[in-house]
Design a protein around this ligand. Structure first.
Ligand SMILES: [Zn+2]
Length: 422
């Protein structure tokens, strides 16, 4: 089996066991089981995650995910090694001087139920999701599979390479939660070059986009309010109404000022409040996100959101708490590294068109890893590898053309030859 066939096989195996962010225990086990026999040095659990920087992770969800992984036959010793934290960083030292190059692959899935349409390839070929309510409908199964195939290639060609190579298998990209925690582990602080890519997006099979545009900065916030209960007619003066406070916060948030320098958005996606009909409501919670074309605009939106919550909570005399549960920054590709990816792509047989700019309109926490690498003087590049899609990303009919795996494999290995070749 060649590398690309192996990537297709792995992709299908991973597609069967999709796991939501911070719950990727089966997936992480698969990664470890593939890499360890090849001789990769692995950083697992807290070795590759800084607990203080973890966002949007629920202990209850993690425990449930661990139980499921164990019930599906994942080795208990492996689960223990993960210490409750999914993802993995693999390192290979050629023993020769040379740059440190890191490749990043995200591993989590989306919370949608896979379609039962008969013409959907995973149904036709028998690799549909076996996890209810979870599906690889963003293509991260493809990313992980390419990463594992590239890992095999590196070991097969280790005598032709210099320096060190790191493979970053990142958990919890959806909701932009995992990147910051992996960056804060410090494992990227010696990286000279960081490359990452996304399959499909707005590009067709055979296309590669070097500077994806419209990648928005974003911050995800959870707001929790706590009022005081009271009888609504006997002693309403003793109550503090968290539900009314939440309603005011939501309408203020939706009407917040925009920035003149570019696009800024806010979405309030969930509001829950109250206990029962005849008690002044004590609890309320709000889930919101802001996005901005630049870090400056995003920060402006976050500041306003925080002020609105604080001021409104003061007005209603309720306690409040704002938790940051996800964050992604600006996508700033390094022109020199971007040129290199472009040159490599132009020579890849399955790539027929290299596009400089294309607008995506999403957010990516690759940016958190990239910011860390840039802070220590490294160069970073995030590109898109085209693959025809059957539906938009995050939809239940989503599937991508597996020919994209070949393009991805060829570009990553081509870049390694250029950056770390002898
Ligand atoms: Zn994605």
């Amino acid at each position: 089996m060649n590398y690309v066939e192996k990537a297709v096989c792995l992709r299908r195996a991973l597609h069967k066991i999709p796991e939501l962010g911070w719950g990727e225990f089966c997936t992480t086990a698969k990664i470890i089981e593939n890499l360890e026999p090849l001789g990769w040095k692995l950083y697992v659990g807290r070795q590759q995650i800084s607990e203080e920087a973890v966002m949007g992770r629920s202990e209850e969800f993690v425990q449930k995910s661990i139980e499921r992984a164990l019930s599906e036959g994942v080795d208990k010793a492996l689960i223990e090694r993960m210490e409750g934290y999914t993802g993995c960083v693999a390192e290979f030292d050629t023993g020769r001087p040379g740059p440190v190059t890191a490749l990043r692959f995200d591993i989590d899935c989306v919370g949608v139920e896979e379609t039962d349409r008969k013409d959907h390839l995973p149904n036709l070929e028998g690799f549909r999701s076996q996890h209810e309510g979870a599906m690889h409908s963003c293509g991260h199964d493809g990313h992980t599979a390419v990463g594992l195939s590239v890992a095999q290639w590196i070991m097969d060609h280790k005598d032709e390479l210099n320096g060190r190579i790191k493979l970053i298998f990142q958990p919890a990209e959806e909701g932009v939660r995992g990147g910051a925690a992996q960056a804060a582990s410090g494992l990227l602080d010696d990286v000279n070059y960081l490359l990452g890519a996304h399959l499909a997006m707005m590009c067709k099979t055979g296309e590669v986009c070097i500077y994806p545009g419209g990648v928005l900065c974003t911050t995800k916030l959870d707001v929790r309010l706590k009022g005081k209960p009271a009888h609504p007619t006997m002693s309403p003066q003793l109550g503090r109404n968290a539900l009314a406070c939440a309603c005011t916060i939501v309408s203020e948030l939706l009407g917040m000022a925009r920035h003149g320098n570019g696009l800024g958005c806010i979405n309030v996606g969930l509001m829950q409040a109250g206990e029962c009909r005849n008690v002044i409501p004590v609890h309320a919670s709000i889930q919101l996100e802001v996005r901005g074309e630049t870090a400056e605009i995003n920060d402006f939106m976050v500041d306003q959101a925080n002020r609105i919550v604080k001021g409104t909570a003061l007005a209603y005399d309720v306690e409040y708490e704002v938790e940051k549960v996800g964050e992604a920054g600006e996508l700033l590709n390094d022109p020199e590294l971007a040129d290199l990816v472009k040159e490599v792509s132009e020579k890849v047989p399955s790539c027929r068109k290299v596009i400089d700019h294309k607008k995506l309109g999403c957010s990516e926490d690759f940016t958190m890893l990239a910011a860390r690498v840039r802070a220590v003087g490294g160069k970073t590049e995030f590109f898109v590898i085209g693959a025809d899609r059957t539906a938009a990303h995050h939809q239940r009919e989503f599937d991508f053309d597996e020919k994209g795996l070949e393009t991805a494999f060829d570009i990553f290995t081509g870049c390694l030859r250029r950056l770390n070749g002898k």
